[in-house]
Structure formats: C-alpha cells, structure tokens
Design a protein around this ligand. Structure first.
Ligand code: KMT
Ligand code: NI
Length: 153
C-alpha cells in the first residue's frame, strides 16, 4: 500500500483479534501505553443506532476534531477517508481487527459499505469530546499543528 504521511500518521494497526476484545492483553497494552482510558462500543446499523440516517450523514461530512479519533473495528466494516498532503482523499478500508488513530486536526469522514453494518470500540484519551468541526475549520491550533506535521520532509 502506498503510505503517505497522512496515512502513516493515521496508523492503522495491527494484529488484534477482535473476538477477544473483552479480555485481550494486547489491547490492554495499547490502551495503557497510549493512555486510552475511556472507551465505549457503537453499533452502526439501521435498527441499533438511534437517528441512523442523520448520524450516517454527519459521519460522512468532511470534518476534524481537536483530539485524536481512535476506532477499533470489532465486527463489520467501513471506510475512513482522510485527506493527504495534496488535499486528495485517501480511502482506508477498515475491517474486523483493524484499529485506526486519526490525529487531531486531520480532515476525514466515515461511511459504512454496502453491508451497512459496523461495530466499533471508540477509545479516547481522557473524557471524550465528540465535537466535529465541518470543513472549513482551519483556524484551530490542532489544525495548524497537523498541517505543520504534514509539511515535514
Ligand atoms: C465517527 O466518529 O466517525 C464514528 O464514530 C463512526 C465510525 S465508527 C467506525
Ligand atoms: Ni470524526
């Protein structure tokens, strides 16, 4: 896979066994080392997620956050799109067992695929802040920091 800086920093990880998420020393190690103290589980299907249509639409609006967005796919699948240094979309296919860290300040969006089903663990450093800032949101310090990182040779 072509690894742009945006992708590498997004850090799709690793060899986790999603069937063991309730008692997985590897997952615990990641959470401990990266201070992912908070977590919950979201199931995105028409019948399980309240206001499904509205949420799906929100997830697919290009936005950024002021904190890292960390997702661990426990079942199902979907796509995260991230902007590369040339501002082009890169589509990241996410399946069961994949974990992704979207850095604070990166423009991104999410969509389910034709199966319309994903179950994911949402992890957070400290108390979660879900606020999404739709593009344009270039005035934030988190954005400036990320742009600076992208520009590094
Ligand atoms: C988000 O913030 O985009 C979501 O929580 C939905 C994706 S979870 C795989
Ligand atoms: Ni987001």
């Amino acid at each position: 896979m072509l690894m742009t800086r945006a992708l590498r920093y997004s850090g799709v990880c690793c060899s986790l066994d999603a069937d063991k998420y309730e008692n997985d020393p590897e997952l615990e190690k990641i959470r401990r080392e990266r201070n992912y103290s908070w977590m919950d589980i979201i199931t995105i299907t028409r019948d399980k997620l309240p206001n499904y249509e509205e949420k799906i639409k929100m997830f697919y609006e290009e936005h950024l956050h002021l904190d890292d967005e960390i997702r661990y796919i426990l079942d199902g699948s979907g796509y995260f799109d991230v902007r590369d240094a040339e501002d082009k979309w890169i589509r990241i296919s996410m399946e069961k067992g994949d974990m992704i860290t979207l850095p604070a300040g990166i423009y991104h969006r999410f969509t389910v695929d034709e199966k319309n089903y994903v179950k994911a663990m949402r992890l957070f450093v400290g108390d979660p802040v879900w606020t999404a800032y739709n593009r344009p949101a270039d005035h934030f310090e988190a954005r400036a920091q990320y742009v600076k990182f992208l520009a590094q040779a």
